[in-house]
Ligand binder design. Structure first.
Ligand code: MG
Length: 309
């Protein structure tokens, strides 16, 4: 079997991770978190969301944050944008890449963004040309790409239909989410294999959650299909508001360990990500779910408690 030699990690911790935390992190601390992440070798970090500030209070500082991002030539900072108003806020804050979001399941989309899938696609039809005019890159998220918390299994035909519509609008890459972390490698093979008959692997990113402990197995299944872009969150921050008790996104540390051990390059420094996650863990006053984070943390504690003996 021939596996890719290099993969790209898209870090979503500052947005997808922190938006689900009950604790609000200050803008200054978020910037510190992003600064440490930016030193890790990551090429893309999703930093915030320009939804209406009252919708996600944790991210209501989007413009303030985006205006103060580190001036890095090697990292692309992206943000979610729901509509033209959000696009204007993103543009005037210096954001160069946006992400729009919809779902492959009607009920989830209604509950998540109070719009049908078609209504959300109609909004993108006005939004995307405007973003393209100002030279922005655009990513499209498809939530519930495998299983919906309300409708159960999501037909692969529906995922393909939404994916093709997004790509036809000129979106560069779609990120397909296992929103409640319920998918297995079989689901990945079936759905992503089906999409690959029509869409090239380079246009597909995968966004796994680890609720049922299947995230890394799903990454491995996707690798075998030729997928080379994966979303993850430092420390495994995040969750899903519709899946109570759901574990967060797959941890960036866990992905890095897994890829490096398999001889696949990420260009990202595991210890730097651990440093960034630890900074947030201290602010949240709780341990994080990433296995590698926990391993490094106990190693660190062991060293500290060994002092003076
Ligand atoms: Mg997520």
């Amino acid at each position: 079997m021939i596996l890719p030699k290099f993969v790209t990690l898209v870090e979503v911790g500052p947005r997808d991770g922190l938006q689900n935390e009950p604790e609000t992190i200050s803008t200054t601390d978020k910037l510190k978190f992003i600064e440490i992440l930016s030193e890790s070798g990551l090429k893309e970090i999703e930093v915030t969301s320009f939804v209406r500030p009252d919708q996600i209070p944790q991210l209501s500082d989007a413009a303030l944050l985006a205006n103060q991002l580190p001036s890095s030539h090697s990292v692309l900072y992206s943000a979610l944008v729901p509509n033209l108003k959000g696009l204007e806020r993103a543009r005037s804050s210096g954001i160069k890449k946006i992400a729009v979001f919809t779902a492959a399941s009607e009920t989830f989309n209604q509950k998540n963004i109070h719009a049908s899938i078609q209504e959300s696609l109609d909004r993108f039809k006005e939004l995307i040309p405007e973003a393209q005019k100002i030279g922005m890159e655009i990513r499209g998220y498809i939530s519930t790409g495998f299983v919906c918390p309300f409708e159960g299994d999501v037909p692969k035909e529906k995922v393909l239909e939404v994916a093709e519509k997004l790509l036809e609008m000129g979106i560069g890459q779609i990120s397909i989410g296992d929103t409640i972390g319920a998918a297995s490698p079989k689901d990945v093979e079936e759905t992503i294999g089906f999409l690959l008959a029509k869409i090239s692997a380079g246009k597909i990113a995968l966004h796994f959650h680890d609720t049922y402990g299947t995230a890394l197995a799903n990454v491995y299944a996707a690798l075998q299909l030729g997928i080379t872009t994966f979303d993850s969150s430092a420390g495994g921050l995040g969750g899903c508001p519709f899946a109570p008790g759901a574990a967060g996104n797959i941890g960036t540390e866990d992905l890095i360990y897994f890829f490096h051990r398999m001889g696949i390059k990420t260009g990202v420094d595991l210890n730097k990500i651990f440093e960034a996650s630890s900074f947030i863990s201290n602010l949240l006053k709780r341990p994080l779910s990433s296995r590698q984070w926990q391993r490094l943390r106990s190693q660190q504690k062991g060293k500290n408690s060994g002092n003076g003996k």
